[in-house]
Design a protein around this ligand. Structure first.
Ligand code: ATP
Ligand code: MG
Length: 260
């Protein structure tokens, strides 16, 4: 059974794309067949696996998620192999910025992505499909969550990181009315600076949230992340011995236990 996991948070820069890329890579490393969907016009998930020229070429072609959704195509025809075993990608387009407009007039507009994904799920060729969301809460992220079994919310350990979380959780609860199967797998704390007292406060605040799981593995600030992105690689592929690579491997173990 394919499990679909969305990475979403309306707070920008909370680590969604980095977490999606690295958890996806680690799941594939653990032997699972993984498909990544880049749902953001910033193309960051695609840039985690391909260089700028390749990503822009895919964005300008018709072989991307934006075009598939606009034309309501079968997503099996949009899959691209990455350089890594068991890890495929459907890239994004900068035109994703107008996806809300494209969805607006469509019949059952919350379920377009689910419909386009269903042939891939029926084939059962992937163990996991991971979707990277843009930092918004609208019809497109609603589509992503309506197509998902699990939601992971990457949260930055900062005051404004926490401030935005209430909106995200409200949105999740709203989506559960139309996709009752959606489960909040948990909050993944990212970009942690342990030298700051604020991190302790973040952990306490999050631990106090009722009925919301917080993954015990968190991701600390690490320049290897930026170097890996500069080299169009997930950090685990770029430098497996780095702190953040080990942290993402540990987080993925927890994800495997919860999203089963
Ligand atoms: N553990 C980390 N250490 C250092 N830098 C990090 C770490 N995680 C993410 N970053 C950096 O923080 C920035 C935001 O991360 P990322 O793009 O993953 O967040 P996002 O939630 O996807 O952002 P957006 O909302 O714009 O889509 C990026 O520049 C990334 O390089
Ligand atoms: Mg992103």
């Amino acid at each position: 059974m394919t499990k679909v996991i969305a990475f979403a948070n309306n707070k920008g820069g909370s680590g969604k794309s980095t977490t999606c890329a690295n958890v996806g890579y680690a799941l594939a490393l653990n032997g699972h067949k993984v498909l990544l969907l880049d749902g953001d016009m910033q193309l960051n998930l695609s840039l985690s696996f391909f260089d700028e020229d390749a990503v822009l070429a895919m964005a300008e072609s018709e072989k991307n998620l934006y075009y598939a959704i606009r034309e309501q195509k079968n997503l099996s025809d949009y899959v691209i192999n990455t350089a890594y075993d068991k890890l495929d990608l459907i890239p994004s387009s900068t035109l994703m910025s107008s996806i809300e407009y494209e969805l607006f007039t469509k019949w059952q507009r919350e379920f377009i992505l689910k419909k386009c994904l269903s042939p891939i799920i029926e084939q059962g060729s992937y163990d996991y499909i991971l979707i990277d969301s843009p930092p918004t809460l609208g019809g497109w992220v609603m589509n992503i969550l309506c197509a998902s079994d699990y939601l992971i919310i990457p949260v930055e350990a900062s005051p404004w990181g926490l401030f935005g979380l209430a909106n995200m959780v409200d949105f999740y609860n709203e989506v559960c009315n139309i996709n009752p199967d959606l489960k909040l797998a948990g909050l993944a704390i990212t970009k942690v600076d342990e030298r700051k007292n604020y991190f302790k406060q973040t952990k306490e605040t999050l631990a106090g949230l009722e009925d919301i799981h917080v993954f015990s593995s968190y991701i600390r600030v690490d320049s290897s992340i930026e170097w890996s992105q500069d080299n169009s690689k997930p950090v685990i592929a770029y430098k497996k011995s780095s702190r953040s690579a080990m942290e993402y491997i540990a987080l993925t173990k927890e994800v495997e236990e919860i999203c089963r």
